[in-house]
Design a protein around this ligand. Structure first.
Ligand SMILES: [Zn+2]
Length: 665
């Protein structure tokens, strides 16, 4: 639909500042400002438990004055079924953090939604009239919650020690600690994480322990239950929305990769990761480009945490410490550009944050736009145009499977809807198209758009949470000459924000042809006559990785009638070694081609099984397993074998997802 159907839209949940149906908290009455989090985390088999104290500092919210006495006497925090609350106490005013003198207060856990519960704390009379209060919540988190993923040793790179990590986006941190789980405002935090020796705990923050010569952070040795444990201390001094609180625990060490950057990972993969992200200080190049384009980098340090093979996602922009898939470690820096996306969140998302999950495009659409500005600076226009064209194809494919309301940039969210269930490509690529349209409509170059609008928007709203009207106000202010066209442009903006379907504008990507044309020509030669296509492999070697991926994508569109088939795949593999490539994006496409053409043997099905054994990343595992299961009786048998051999290395949620995809194959 084109949007703009006012009568139908009137029946949808409104998207207004200060309203977040996904939080149970009463943050307008009492608003959290700071969390002190003291957690013992034991990821070992048989334990898998986090026991913690969360001290939540709260001040009067913007609705306190208008609230009744009964409303002021309650603090509601978001929690989750997986969070077992043991006690809640009220720390005396001005308490230094010691909970010795805290007085127990009454609390109850009430149902809220499928993705969380409401922890209702009753305040005594004096506290309800205070300017600020501090609650001390003692609780434990076991397996099964939405925030913490527990990995056994077999799911790690080193295979000897267990691992766990948390990701808060969008509304998962209520499963990590009782909190006001909304992106509408910002908090600071401090944490002490205590783990069994020799495990290392990390927290995404700027106030980090000193790192020793062995690449490990300094810790305090403590004894827990007669065992040696290590306690690590962290401070986040910059304010962030609470979804950006994230930790990881594992056998972790680090190496320097730039003047303000280290890479962290398991020792088994550290040398490779340090080479991948340290060579030519590529991470620093992206950071420096971002600073030139969007203004200063506000987070002091920028580290990368390369996750274990089971990590199901591509990356998460946790501040100061981006979590990334190990699939980026390709051996030749060919997938490093993915880091530019996470770095761009240092301005869009982490610094200027969507105040409502209904407007996730303010995080992701602006980050896609900013990422492509950085890529243009560092890798050139042709590279970026090709990457952008890939994004449009991804959006077109996703749009067909996206329900109409989720095709909007502003997504109406009814009470009870889990924001994580609305996740799709639209906020990313349609959001990118919208920002590109804002530039095109302003009639300026990309450089002028950065200088006049993006930098001013970031500067005006740094460390704030914004709605789309804030962003648009900055845009109108940046381009006063558009004022005369407001009556004409405003309805177009409304369609962008509230309409469905593919974007009506996409920037010119013709520069990408310089890279795609040789790739398509090479594929044409293979389809015409495999024996003479690329005898010495020079034509393939001359392609950059994204052009190679483009060739393989085009190959996947071809059938037997075009000359594609098992014989051609064998010839391609003999020439280019696709079945043993270290590049996971090549292996993904190779695996899909093998499944499609039922190629047997070491370079065929065996290499596919090896691939899904090597990774637990959702973007790879799910489509490959789906393709196998869709490939007749033989494909189904291979899918069963692959599931049996590989699924112990995947996260539980991916295992379940694949089981659903392959059915009773
Ligand atoms: Zn992102």
């Amino acid at each position: 639909g084109g949007g703009g159907d006012a009568a139908a839209d009137a029946a949808l949940p409104p998207i207004v500042r200060g309203s977040d149906p996904a939080t149970a908290s009463n943050w307008h009455v009492w608003r959290a400002t700071h969390y002190e989090w003291d957690a013992r985390i034991d990821p070992r088999d048989g334990a898998r438990k986090l026991s913690a104290t969360a001290q939540v500092s709260l001040v009067r919210g913007d609705g306190f004055d208008g609230a009744s006495a009964a409303e002021r006497a309650v603090v509601v925090l978001d929690a989750h079924e997986a969070v077992a609350v043991e006690s809640v106490a009220l720390a005396p005013a001005g308490a230094d953090g010691s909970d010795a003198a805290a007085a127990a207060v009454a609390f109850e856990v009430a149902p809220f939604t499928a993705f969380g519960t409401a922890l209702r704390v009753t305040l005594p009379e004096g506290a309800a009239a205070a300017d600020s209060i501090k609650l001390v919540v003692v609780y434990a988190v076991g397996a099964g919650g939405p925030a913490v993923t527990w990995l056994g040793a077999a799911q790690t790179a080193g295979k000897t020690l267990p691992y766990c990590y948390s990701i808060g986006q969008a509304v998962c941190n209520r499963g990590l600690l009782p909190c006001q789980d909304t992106p509408a405002f910002r908090v600071t935090f401090a944490a002490r994480l205590c783990v069994p020796a020799p495990l290392v705990a990390l927290l995404a923050c700027d106030g980090f322990p000193a790192v020793g010569d062995d690449g490990r952070p300094e810790a305090r040795a403590v004894e827990v239950g007669g065992e040696p444990w290590l306690e690590y201390s962290f401070v986040m001094s910059h304010s962030v929305p609470v979804y950006l609180l994230a930790m990881a625990v594992g056998d972790l060490a680090s190496a320097r990769i730039g003047p303000r950057s280290r890479v962290w990972t398991e020792p088994a993969g550290l040398a490779a990761a340090a080479a991948e992200f340290g060579e030519g200080e590529i991470v620093e190049k992206y950071l420096a480009a971002g600073e030139r384009l969007f203004g200063e980098y506000s987070w002091s340090r920028y580290d990368l945490l390369v996750m274990p093979p089971a990590f199901a996602y591509g990356g998460m922009e946790n501040p100061c410490l981006t979590f990334v898939t190990p699939a980026l470690v390709a051996g030749d820096q060919s997938l490093c550009d993915v880091v530019a996306h996470e770095i761009t969140h240092s301005w869009f998302g982490n610094l200027v944050t969507n105040a409502s999950w209904s407007e996730f495009f303010l995080n992701e659409g602006f980050t896609m736009y900013g990422q492509r500005r950085i890529l243009t600076e560092v890798h050139g226009e042709a590279f970026t145009a090709l990457e952008t064209t890939t994004g449009r194809a991804l959006l077109a494919a996703a749009m067909e499977e996206t329900e109409p309301l989720l095709q909007r940039l502003r997504v109406p969210m009814a009470p009870g809807l889990d924001p994580d269930d609305t996740y799709n490509e639209v906020p990313y690529e349609k959001g990118f198209a919208f920002v590109s349209w804002l530039r095109d409509t302003a009639g300026c170059t990309a450089e002028e758009f950065d200088a006049k609008f993006l930098r001013a928007y970031v500067a005006a709203h740094a460390f704030s949470c914004v709605m789309s009207e804030d962003m648009l106000a900055a845009w109108w202010a940046a381009f006063p000459h558009l004022e005369a066209r407001r009556a004409e442009l405003q309805p177009q903006i409304d369609v962008w924000l509230n309409g469905g379907g593919m974007p009506s504008f996409w920037p010119d990507c013709s520069a990408g042809a310089a890279l795609t044309a040789p790739a398509e020509a090479l594929l044409g030669r293979w389809l015409a006559d495999a024996s003479t296509a690329d005898a010495d492999g020079a034509a393939w070697a001359a392609l950059i990785t994204y052009a190679k991926l483009h060739l393989l994508d085009k190959l996947l569109e071809k059938g037997e009638a075009d000359g594609a088939g098992a014989a051609l795949l064998s010839a391609l593999d003999a020439a280019y070694g696709l079945s043993t490539s270290r590049n996971a994006e090549i292996r993904l496409r190779w695996s899909l081609a093998v499944a499609k053409h039922a190629l047997e043997g070491a370079s065929g099905y065996d290499s596919v099984v090896a691939f899904v054994r090597s990774t637990g990343k959702q973007k790879y595992v799910v489509p490959v397993m789906r393709a196998l299961a869709g490939g007749g009786e033989r494909g189904k048998a291979v899918a069963r074998t692959a599931f049996g051999e590989a699924s112990d290395g995947w996260q539980d949620n991916i295992k379940a997802r694949v089981r659903g995809v392959i059915g009773d194959a």
